[in-house]
Ligand binder design. Structure first.
Ligand SMILES: Nc1ncnc2c1ncn2[C@@H]1O[C@H](COP(=O)(O)OP(=O)(O)OP(=O)(O)O)[C@@H](O)[C@H]1O
Length: 273
């Protein structure tokens, strides 16, 4: 990333003015740093993700948004040479504690990726698969859980008559909502969304945004997005990142209208990035 001299303008400390949920923080990022080999990508970042609210991670390409969201459910474990310092606590427990079961952790923090990635199986078995892996409920319970997740994902009415059809026969937007159903069928505490609309057309994007609004309150959602309008539309709090630091974490309506850091102001008004 070419920083055009902006690095000197990074505030010494993150500026916090985020909305606090009555239920408290669902996830606490506490002085967390991450290195890819010798390259440091996150620098002593602290962020409280509020329960039941939608938090957007925004910032220019390469600022560390994906690295941070992937650190939360330890997707970065799959990358060779990754090293971390600090803590990310889910319900008070550091997800990097040696005793943590990573499969269970990912069940508690469902993830949706940029490109819809359904399995080449039926619509139904895409949704029931995570339950078959962990809980192995009976057939009726599986069907009920799948229906519930598909309803929550706003897809039930479109697929209820063809649950046995190949998931790959769905449109891109439907596939992404199917992936959301698959991510929420295990009732995760947190839903992580890494640019979930970047491969979708405007109509499918609007459907996913509506869905995020509908999940709000029942799920804690963290969304990485390049799209500022989208962040402004869907989130309660927004964290602006730059060069691996969280510059400002605040109420979305304030971040997008009167941010407290001049660097945030310049970014949201398109002066760089
Ligand atoms: N697997 C990796 N190995 C080495 N460096 C990496 C790796 N993944 C990311 N990085 C580096 O870490 C920094 C943060 O990247 P990251 O993908 O988290 O940024 P981002 O804000 O999500 O960017 P974008 O918006 O373009 O997706 C960048 O400098 C990037 O080059």
């Amino acid at each position: 990333m070419n920083d055009h001299g902006q690095a000197e303008r990074l505030p010494k400390e993150t500026i916090y003015h985020h909305q606090v949920s009555p239920a408290g923080a669902a996830l606490e990022v506490d002085r967390f740093s991450l290195w890819y080999g010798n390259k440091q990508a996150l620098f002593d970042d602290s962020l409280d993700i509020q329960q039941g609210l939608v938090t957007a991670l925004i910032g220019p390409s390469g600022c560390g948004k994906s690295t941070l969201i992937r650190a939360m459910n330890r997707m970065n474990d799959l990358v060779k040479g990754v090293r971390v310092r600090g803590e990310i606590r889910l319900a008070g427990r550091n997800v990097y504690d040696p005793g943590v079961d990573v499969t269970e952790l990912r069940r508690r923090m469902g993830m949706v990726f940029q490109k819809p990635n359904p399995f080449p199986r039926s619509i139904l078995s895409n949704v029931t698969y995570p339950l078959e892996l962990t809980e192995r409920p009976g057939k009726q319970a599986l069907l009920e859980a799948a229906e519930h997740a598909l309803r929550d994902a706003g897809l039930w009415n479109e697929v209820k008559d063809r649950l046995g059809a190949d998931a790959l026969s769905l449109s891109g937007g439907q596939q992404q909502r199917l992936c959301i159903a698959r991510a929420i069928v295990t009732k995760p505490e947190i839903l992580l969304m890494d640019e979930p609309c970047s491969a979708l057309d405007p109509r499918a994007t609007a459907a996913v945004e509506d869905l995020i609004g509908a999940l709000r309150g029942r799920y804690t959602v963290i969304i990485v997005t390049h799209n500022m309008q989208q962040a402004a539309r869907v989130s309660d709090n927004a964290a602006f990142m730059y060069l691996g630091r969280i510059v400002e974490h605040g109420r979305t309506d304030v971040v997008f209208v009167r941010p407290k850091a001049s660097l945030t102001q310049d970014y949201i008004t398109g002066r760089f990035g």
